[in-house]
Design a protein around this ligand. Structure first.
Ligand SMILES: [Zn+2]
Ligand SMILES: [Zn+2]
Length: 178
């Protein structure tokens, strides 16, 4: 068994739309390579730091990623018994292991499907898009359509009052004539 520790730059597209390990960011690999009948069995861990956005409030977030990696690299032509799916089979290319697909298989499922900045992130205001975590008392005075109808009534009453002033005015005129 051979133990390998490597620091490698992350390949492109290691993650999801919301959360990914930035291309070129440091990946720390601690792997054990074990020679088996069919080839080389690789196990170990991949560590890195993912960056992305909170799925609720869109704040930038960073997250440590620690994923387990297990992969059999078969000698060319030596398919392990019972292994029928060619897509899942990784072959050794000479003495080289192509780690990138195995990295992807290990890291992507280890990322949270719905990343959040914190478990109780309240998200964004549905009215104005403000971050509710910044302003817990945030609210809007929502005018019920029935109340806005009453506001219209109040305006009409004001108009009616003005209408009543005119006869009062004419009465004043009448008094001046007397
Ligand atoms: Zn959030
Ligand atoms: Zn708002």
């Amino acid at each position: 068994m051979v133990t390998v520790s490597r620091d490698l730059p992350a390949p492109a597209d290691l993650g999801t739309d919301l959360l990914a390990l930035p291309e070129g960011s440091p990946l720390q690999l601690d792997l054990q390579l074990e020679s088996v009948m069919e080839g080389v069995y690789v196990t170990g861990t991949v560590r890195g730091r993912a960056a992305g956005q909170c799925g609720r409030c869109l704040t930038e977030i960073e997250l440590d990623v620690d994923a387990d990696l297990q992969e059999l690299y078969a000698y060319p032509g030596k398919r392990p018994e019972g292994e029928q799916d060619e897509d899942d089979l990784r072959e050794l290319e000479g003495d080289l292991l192509d780690l990138e697909p195995a990295l992807r298989d290990a890291v992507v499922p280890a990322l949270p499907f719905q990343p959040v900045c914190r478990d109780d992130c309240p998200g964004l205001c549905s009215e104005c898009g403000a971050r509710l975590a910044d302003d817990p008392d945030h609210h809007h005075d929502v005018v019920d359509p029935r109340w806005s109808a009453l506001q219209g009534l109040a305006l009409d009453e004001g108009g009616a009052t003005e209408d009543r002033r005119e006869p009062a005015g004419s009465r004043t005129d009448a008094q001046e004539e007397n």
